[in-house]
Design a protein around this ligand. Structure first.
Ligand SMILES: C[S@@+](CC[C@H](N)C(=O)[O-])C[C@H]1O[C@@H](n2cnc3c(N)ncnc32)[C@H](O)[C@@H]1O
Length: 427
């Protein structure tokens, strides 16, 4: 059983301190946890609230909430930020692997899914005192299988590549939380990506970046280094109110208590809000013709043919596609020898290009490399920390107002036509 190397670090939700009167207990509600990229928790909390969740509590790298299964279905289908929706099956204090086994064995697994379904178990931990997470993973798998064997004299098979059912364990220093994954494949896999370029963004991170810009879904949006088109596709889906999960299936569809007719009604209600594809004020370009082709193929596969204008162009030369709007980009950052020098000239030139051609635009640059970002030599009005997996990044905002923003060295001439007190930075 492989141990999941990527540990999503998460604090258990704080207990509510609110004095608000508690609603009567609804036995149909369950506790859920939706993990997400760190830095996007507030956006996810707003999304799950909009899906009808209660007791919404942002934590580190995710949001805890309560709701009926309909809420769980809606978050799976409609959240642009969640990576998964995990349904809590047990939550106990623990000291030993035996206690983890017992808590897992106490769950009535045969009532949750059929023995013919294949399973996979993943464990994540923070400050766990136990020696081996691989062993914990094995004990959880044993407990699930033993529970089936006790009831049916048969056990489910393990399939780590394409499991029908995923079970997640989370351990902190004192508590063990056991979840049944209602999503299946992670939710950032929207089901449209056929072409992958170099270093594509995960779809939920891309959606979060677009949301953080405050883009109003109508004003022009431009990604001049679009690669495989992730930011463009997420923006177009938002503009057309198309649910991000419209083209995929979900883990909950394989569970015993699934109610297909009710799910179909929930899905139809969300789809009814979607608008038909049409040309949008969303523009993309890339220096690489192969990337432009990739982006086009992915747009087609997402059902967005003709919605986004694409062209092959150098960001250092391409004119702004509109008088004002939101520019968002995830420029290359160097890992290979030789690239460092190239990038040391590229980033200042990018700053110059923003200054020369993007007056009136809000420009956003996503970067894991603070030193490279400094080379843009424009004053960011915001730096939002965001995590790309374990990698700490920043989304830098540059508000381009005529003749301003150039970061100057002492004594350097200000290349500005703006009055001296012009202050266009927000923080
Ligand atoms: C990190 S990738 C972007 C990945 C993209 N966000 C995605 O999700 O697929 C950087 C992109 O910048 C493009 N690029 C590099 N130099 C460029 C230039 N001078 N003008 C336009 N695009 C450029 C590369 O071809 C590459 O597709």
């Amino acid at each position: 059983m492989p141990r999941n190397a990527k540990t999503f670090i998460r604090k258990p939700p704080a207990t509510s301190t609110s004095d608000a009167p508690r609603l009567p207990h609804n036995p149909r509600t369950r506790a859920f946890f939706a993990p997400c990229p760190r830095g996007l928790e507030a956006l996810l909390a707003a999304e799950v609230t909009a899906c009808g969740a209660s007791d919404v509590k942002p934590a580190a790298a995710g949001v805890a909430f309560r709701g009926e299964m309909e809420v769980c279905w809606r978050v799976n289908l409609e959240s642009r930020i969640a990576s998964r929706v995990l349904m809590q099956m047990a939550r106990v204090p623990y000291k030993t692997e035996r206690e983890i086994y017992d808590a897992t064995h106490a769950v009535d697994w045969p009532s949750q899914f059929g023995v013919a379904r294949s399973i996979r178990v993943d464990v994540n931990a923070i400050k766990c005192p136990l020696k081996s997470l691989d062993f914990v993973t094995l004990r959880i798998k044993d407990a699930v299988c033993d529970r089936f064997r006790d009831a049916l004299d048969q056990r489910p098979n393990v399939d780590t590549r394409e499991p029908d059912v995923r079970i997640h364990g989370f351990l902190d220093a004192e508590q063990f939380i056991l979840y049944l994954d209602t999503s299946g494949e992670p939710l950032y896999k929207r089901g449209w990506r056929t072409e992958v370029g170099e270093a594509p963004l995960k779809e939920n991170l891309a959606a979060g970046m677009v949301m953080l810009t405050g883009w109003d879904r109508v004003e022009p949006l431009f990604d001049p280094m679009c690669g495989s088109g992730t930011l463009l596709i997420e923006a177009a889906l938002m503009a057309l109110a198309i649910p991000p999960g419209a083209r995929r299936t979900f883990g909950f569809e394989k569970l015993n208590r699934h109610e297909p007719a009710k799910w179909a009604a929930v899905r139809e209600a969300a789809m009814a809000k979607a608008q038909a594809p049409r040309p949008l004020e969303i523009y993309g370009s890339d220096l690489s013709a192969a990337d432009v082709t990739r982006a086009r193929t992915n747009l087609d596969s997402a059902g967005l043919t003709g919605c986004v204008m694409l062209q092959r162009a150098d960001v250092l030369e391409v004119p702004a596609p509109a008088a004002a709007g939101v520019l968002i980009a995830n420029p290359p950052y160097g890992v290979r020898i030789g690239e460092a020098t190239e990038l040391a000239t590229f980033y200042p030139a990018l700053g110059n290009a923003f200054k020369a051609r993007y007056t009136g635009w809000r420009c956003y640059v996503f970067s894991a490399d603070a030193e490279l970002a400094k080379l843009i030599r424009l004053k960011p009005s915001k730096r939002t920390p965001l995590f790309n997996g374990p990698l700490e990044c920043r989304l830098y905002e540059y508000r381009m107002i005529e003749g301003s923003l150039r970061r100057t060295k002492p004594g350097e001439a200000i290349n500005s036509t703006a009055p001296a007190d012009d202050n266009n930075c927000t923080s």
